[in-house]
Design a protein around this ligand. Structure first.
Ligand code: SF4
Length: 956
């Protein structure tokens, strides 16, 4: 068994502060001067707070794992800024991280336990859960119990859940929503390296001369890393290649866009391997000394991609572009290849990962400064879940199910019921729920009724369980509504523990707010149930520090270097030292420095210490235009929302960028099907249906559709995209194919379109479509309806509006109806209805909610939907930090502001989080090309501007 190679490392500081463990200043309470380059628009970085102490913690969203400085205001809120010293972000936060302070309210929180619909004490709830789990185990056996966890959990929570299930209850069925996110990378790493190890670190993005992004809209999904790449591009001329079927915001910062045919990644990377061999650019010595399986992998690659022409045929790319990519890769020693969900979420995801790794292994481009493969993890603690064994096919601390490993874990845990083998992966787990093999399920911090493939079937299956326990911090979501027991869990700002980001960096997530209501940490809830099941001695944790200490000890237990995951250098920390723990990368053993990179000198984790080339199977290229299902449905994220929006949906600013669910389609397909920009379309797959706004975009390939994953039954009438996704999964990783479900799309005729802006939430009955969002003044409801007929719809709509002085405008012939409701001189609500989606821009109307005393004339004029003289209509909001819209940016560009920097100086746009910079760049290019979006010409309440690569699509 090989010992992990330490690679070319840089000077990595100890994660422990001061002399020994526990000495030194406590980071959590140290005074930090706020970062000036990235101040929070909410005042987090403002001079008034310059000397106030803050709490250093970690962002709860994506796998970049940015450090956050939170300054509580003493009233339940906090000012948020980036931690200037955190190695992931050096003070920068993206739009989502910057808006964290707007998500701390308690209005949607679950504040006390609920059992069978009734409020319960913690004692009653915990007794109930323990008794019901014991009853299910007694009647059906331990394997009738399952746990479905989340990459949002802290490592300590994950550790206790995994230990309870696999060591004490005796069920192997523990899986996590990370299965949907990066399981193919895990499987690819294990096949190639012998363990789930990411060899690189973020610094490599700045040291590389070529960065290849594969299946990654990093500009929106990993924004801070994208900005690090773009900074290197600006400063050093780093080249960027973007491999993605779609043109996205990421494409704006690429030197070469490779819009490959969906599913053809394996062909492209196989072609690259063949080209490298044929040009004699592989490292034959290294291959012979440190690897196995090269000949088989090369034979497979040659059969898949024998020539450049074969690659271009399969991928649909221009031969010049493919040749350029191969030339650049071949000629550049420092290449970092970053891969994310576009690679992972595939029925052949593991092979795609290994096709990438094959190229890096063959050229020795691994584990070196600026050179190697780097998986971008989706969730903040997907990596931590992998570390503890939160995936069904891992036992604990990167150990599997061999007799030796099981014995080691059994002895360490003193576990009475250690499982004998792997459990069911996510899709199979919910199949087992559906067919009754699993009777009791505990869901923690995730929303499978929205996010799993075939989510409608999952929802039905959940309803059949004998026991569904949901640990959540929100009172209501699509899954919690089905639960027998709801347990209030601590939320971000209250949680106390650790997370691990995409570069193996463990960071503290520290609390800076008291626990809300009766909420408790997940590790505590699990430990309490364990004690009631009779396992008190093994779960007598008094703090997360104790859990972390045990986790760290297990990582080093009987580990002589065979397991790369080893953080035993942090075992035995005092509570004070745990609180002060600085971000560090593993492996980190006693008497060694943490390791930034691995495998530069070999030392892979296979039995013989050699890496493995993998002979990938010929990719099954998804066939487009087949029969009833002529499209391929691709799913993904948008810039300013996270998962099912239970947190980001609380931020009024974040909803101003894109307020509605949409289906993105190529103009040729839209024209053929009679789909208008901003109109409604029904999107079907064999598994489910959604009603979505049409977004026509040349960045989308013909024959393909793109839909965002964020909407649920909580905030839309029919946009639970999981319901449309097929359950096909990768045979190695079990990760579902979320990028290519056969689909069809058709216009949805409706009688009227409309939007309502209101200080209070509105619920309009009988709508065929609605989507709700927060706004700075209250709430936005976009909707469409068929109407009850005979003009009765006016009374019907008006009756749903709040009380107040009303002003109504109606053009019955044109089907236009508008109502303003005012109270004490201020707008209470505005309702605009028309026969088409081309309604007036709501952005200027929204700004009028701030006005204190409106004249009658102004109230009437409001209903014209045209800005008062001298007023500015932002148009679709592009920069959410400073609420700058497309129209204002375009006007500034038209007046000579022809650079991002110039726009930033004039308007502030793009100068805080930087997430909107690709869209600003696109708008400037549009203006230079003679296209200018106008606020009042915006065709739909949805802010589609940033999504559209060709601005002509925006103009009516
Ligand atoms: Fe959070 Fe944004 Fe950083 Fe991701 S890039 S961790 S979402 S601030």
């Amino acid at each position: 068994m090989g010992r992990v190679g330490l690679g070319a490392s840089h000077n990595v500081p100890s994660p422990l502060v001061g002399e020994g463990q526990g000495g030194g200043e406590t980071l959590a309470s140290r005074t930090v001067v706020p970062p000036t380059p990235n101040p929070s628009p909410q005042g987090g970085g403002g001079p008034a707070r310059a000397h106030s102490p803050g709490v250093l913690t970690t962002c709860p969203y994506c796998g970049v794992g940015c450090g956050v400085l939170a300054r509580p205001d003493g009233k339940g809120g906090a000012a948020i800024a980036g931690d200037p010293e955190h190695p992931a972000n050096f003070g920068r936060l993206c739009s989502k991280g910057s808006a964290l302070g707007e998500t701390l309210g308690l209005e949607t929180r679950l504040l006390h336990p609920i059992v069978d619909g009734r409020r319960a004490t913690w004692g009653e709830a915990l007794d109930h859960v323990a008794a019901r789990l014991a009853a299910v185990r007694a009647e059906h056996g331990p394997e009738a119990i399952a746990f479905y966890l989340s990459g949002q959990l802290l490592t300590e929570d994950y550790y206790v859940a995994n230990k309870l299930a696999k060591g004490f209850i005796g069920t192997p069925h523990v899986d996590t929503n990370s299965r949907l996110c990066m399981a193919s990378s895990v499987a690819g790493h294990r096949r190639a390296f012998g363990a789930d190890v990411v060899p690189q670190c973020y610094e490599d993005l700045e040291l590389a001369d070529l960065v290849v992004l594969a299946g990654s809209n990093a500009a929106w999904c990993h924004p801070v890393l994208y900005q690090r790449i773009q900074a290197a591009r600006a400063e050093r001329g780093v080249r960027v290649v973007n491999i993605d079927p779609r043109r996205t915001a990421t494409s704006e910062g690429a030197d070469l866009q490779l819009s490959i045919r969906p599913g053809s990644d394996g062909v492209l990377w196989s072609g690259l391997l063949v080209a490298l061999v044929d040009r004699r650019l592989i490292d034959a010595k290294l291959i012979a000394a440190r690897t196995e399986g090269f000949d088989g992998a090369l034979d497979a690659a040659r059969s898949i991609a024998p020539t450049l022409a074969a690659v271009t045929r399969a991928t649909g790319l221009d031969i010049e572009d493919v040749a350029k990519f191969f030339d650049w890769f071949a000629a550049t020693a420092r290449v970092v290849s970053c891969y994310s969900q576009g690679v992972n979420q595939s029925a052949q995801g593991t092979d795609k990962v290994n096709a990438i790794l094959n190229c890096h292994l063959a050229t020795g481009r691994i584990g070196k400064p600026g050179s190697g493969p780097l998986s971008f993890t989706g969730q903040p603690n997907a990596m931590g879940g992998r570390e503890v064994g939160g995936l069904a096919n891992m036992l604990a601390a990167h150990m599997g199910f061999s007799e030796e490993e099981r014995d080691r874990v059994r002895r360490f845990w003193e576990a009475p019921n250690l499982v004998i083998g792997p459990g069911l992966k996510a899709v199979d787990m919910f199949d087992a729920v559906a067919d009754g093999r699993i009777k009791a399920l505990w869901v923690m911090g995730t929303n499978p009724a929205v996010s799993l493939p075939r989510a409608d079937a999952v929802r039905e299956a959940l309803a059949r369980l004998d026991l569904l326990v949901v640990s959540e911090n929100v009172a209501s979501n699509d899954t919690a509504g089905l639960a027998h027991v709801r347990l209030p869990a601590a939320a971000w700002g209250e949680k106390d523990g650790t997370v691990t980001n995409s570069e193996r960096r463990v960071s503290r997530q520290r609390p800076f707010l008291p626990l809300a209501g009766e909420a408790q940490p997940d590790w505590w809830i699990l430990s309490q149930v364990a004690q009631r099941l009779g396992y008190g001695d093994a779960f007598a944790y008094a703090s997360p520090a104790e859990v972390f200490g045990e986790h760290a000890r297990l990582s080093g237990f009987e580990n002589d270097g065979d397991r790369a995951f080893d953080i035993s250098g942090t075992a035995g920390l005092s509570r004070q030292a745990y609180d002060a723990l600085q971000p560090f990368q593993w492996p980190y053993r006693h008497a060694e420095q943490p390791t930034a990179r691995l495998f530069a000198d070999g030392g892979f984790l296979t039995p013989d210490g050699k890496a493995r080339f993998v002979a990938i199977v010929p990719p099954r290229l998804a066939a487009a235009a087949t029969g009833d299902w002529p499209f391929l449905l691709n799913t993904g994220r948008i810039r300013d929302q996270w998962h099912t929006m239970t947190r980001t949906g609380l931020s009024p600013r974040l909803s101003t960028h894109i307020a509605e669910p949409f289906v993105e389609i190529h103009p040729d397909d839209a024209a053929r099907l009679g789909l208008e920009q901003g109109a409604l379309a029904r999107t079907d797959t064999p598994h489910g249906t959604a009603t979505l706004r049409v977004l026509v975009n040349r960045g989308q390939q013909p024959g393909t559709l793109f839909v965002p994953i964020h909407w649920s039954a909580e905030n839309s009438s029919g946009a639970r995209i999981g319901a449309l996704v097929q359950p096909a999964a990768d045979p190695h990783s079990g990760q579902p194919e979320a990028k290519a479900t056969p689909a069809r799309v058709a216009a949805l005729p409706v009688a009227q379109y409309g939007f309502a802006l209101s200080r209070r939430p509105l619920r309009l009955p009988r709508l065929v479509y609605w989507a709700a969002a927060r706004a700075p003044f209250g709430h936005v409801l976009n909707f469409a309806f068929d109407g009850p007929g005979a003009g009765g719809w006016r009374r019907w709509l008006a009756s749903a509006l709040p009380e107040g002085e009303r002003i109504t405008f109606e053009d019955a012939g044109a089907g236009v109806f508008r109502v303003g409701v005012h109270r004490a001189g201020r707008i209470e609500a505005l309702l605009f209805v028309g026969p088409s989606p081309k309604l007036p821009s709501p952005e200027w109307l929204k700004s009028q909610f701030d006005r204190a005393a409106m004249t009658v004339t102004d109230r009437r004029a409001l209903l014209a939907g045209i800005p008062f003289e001298g007023a500015v209509d932002e148009g679709a909001i592009v920069c959410v930090c400073f609420q700058v819209g497309a129209a204002r940016i375009a006007a500034a560009a038209g007046a000579g502001g022809r650079s991002v920097e110039s726009i930033g100086r004039q308007l502030g746009a793009g100068t805080n989080c930087g997430s909107c910079i690709p869209e600003i760049r696109r708008l400037i290019a549009g203006v230079i090309g003679g296209v200018r979006p106008s606020g009042s010409d915006t065709v739909t309440p949805t802010s589609v501007c940033g999504m559209v690569s060709d601005l002509e699509d925006l103009t009516p």
